[in-house]
Design a protein. Structure first.
Length: 115
């Protein structure tokens, strides 16, 4: 039986990360997804241009079979620190998306970077 820590570790092994500097340098054509709950965004804000799709809804909201979605669309997911984003990224890869990354350090690191 796997623990949550096991699932997070496995997700981090399959989902590549992107550093804040790389993200800030190039967001063209990128889908940026904040997987935190909306209540968290109300407290802390988010990254400009990010869509809020909570991790628990990611499979229901995004599908590479949808005519408006391309499996090669670059997607960057983030959460507060990186664990939920890695899990969401792993799910997106399982769904068939090919270009998924997780923001290293999550929104907390982004806030420190963008000061």
């Amino acid at each position: 039986m796997k623990t949550l820590a096991d699932l997070i570790k496995e997700a981090h092994m399959v989902v590549p990360t992107i550093k804040c500097e790389e993200l800030a340098a190039n967001t063209d054509g990128l889908m940026l997804i904040d997987v935190r709950e909306s209540s968290e965004l109300e407290e802390t804000g988010s990254i400009d241009g990010a869509l809020n799709i909570p991790r628990g809804l990611i499979e229901m909201k995004l599908s590479p079979n949808d005519e408006s979605m391309d499996v090669n669309t670059p997607i960057v997911v983030f959460c507060g620190g990186g664990s939920r984003a890695a899990l969401a990224g792993s799910t997106l890869l399982d769904l068939g998306f090919k270009n998924v990354k997780s923001l290293e350090g999550g929104f907390r690191e982004w806030k420190d970077f963008s000061k």
